[in-house]
Design a protein around this ligand. Structure first.
Ligand SMILES: Nc1ncnc2c1ncn2[C@@H]1O[C@H](COP(=O)(O)OP(=O)(O)O)[C@@H](O)[C@H]1O
Ligand SMILES: [Mg+2]
Length: 244
């Protein structure tokens, strides 16, 4: 899938397109940095771009092509929890703008907490970046999203069913993530992850219809329709590892 959005690494600085919500996100990042959390330091904003520091570590979707090992998932759960907790006391700017419509919520969600947006050091989550999708919300929304991509629930091998060993690894990762986060309430992982994925599709479409990239290109190529079409397959793939 092409991503026309331009993210440029300039040494230890990351240059990303400026959005209407960038100033709010920078205010949030400043608060998190003051709480000693490993998130990018906002360096500035000009007419077209925002500038933040690179978080040290191995990053991006290529970092974990076969899924995060359980210890990594546990550390990611811990990091997500620490970040969530640190947003509880934060008062957003009065003119705060976020990327997507949202309910009030008790915390600020990252909005896109997948292993590819984590910087990894020695297999541990050492930083969280790509804050464009942040918005007030419920911790559960981020947790469900993190589960989906960390397990990962979506990976169905082309040549058939994931092996019993792979299913067990997925359960192990899910348990580790929840344990790291400190989540002990009963949870239907598949239902939570699929619902959150549906919301992500709606949000991508909403952003695309307003001309934001890369979402506008996704909408033009009808990806949201395809993703919705795949929801049933995602649910049944999930149920194989996590029976109801
Ligand atoms: N602050 C950062 N620290 C470390 N790596 C980063 C940072 N920002 C971007 N990157 C790298 O650039 C890639 C793309 O940036 P990202 O902000 O995640 O945008 P998107 O996923 O929306 O394309 C990331 O996957 C990562 O490899
Ligand atoms: Mg990213």
């Amino acid at each position: 899938m092409p991503e026309p959005r331009e993210i440029t690494l300039l040494g230890k600085t990351v240059r990303r397109p400026r959005k209407p919500w960038t100033e709010t996100v920078h205010a949030l990042l400043r608060h998190l940095r003051e709480q000693d959390l490993p998130v990018p330091e906002p360096l500035g904003i000009d007419d077209r771009f925002e500038y933040v520091t690179l978080v040290a570590g191995v990053a991006g979707d290529e970092a974990w092509p076969d899924g995060v090992p359980a210890d990594g998932a546990r550390s990611m759960g811990r990091l997500l929890r620490a970040v969530h907790d640190a947003t509880r006391a934060w008062l957003p700017p009065t003119e705060a703008q976020w990327s997507v419509p949202h309910s009030p919520g008790t915390i600020i969600c990252h909005g896109d907490p997948k292993p590819g947006n984590v910087a990894w050091l020695d297999g541990r989550a050492a930083g969280l970046f790509d804050w464009d999708a942040a918005r007030p919300g419920d911790p559960f929304d981020d947790l469900a999203y993190a589960l989906l991509w960390t397990i990962p629930l979506n990976a169905v091998p082309r040549d058939g069913q994931p092996s019993a060993t792979e299913q067990a690894r997925r359960r192990e990762r899910a348990e580790a993530l929840l344990e790291g986060y400190g989540w002990s309430a009963p949870l239907d992982i598949v239902d939570a992850a699929v619902r959150r994925h549906e919301l992500a599709i709606d949000e991508a479409e909403w952003l695309g219809e307003r001309g934001h990239e890369p979402h506008a290109s996704w909408v033009a190529q009808e990806w949201p329709t395809r993703w919705r079409h795949d929801l049933d397959a995602l649910r049944s793939a999930g149920r194989r590892a996590f029976p109801a």
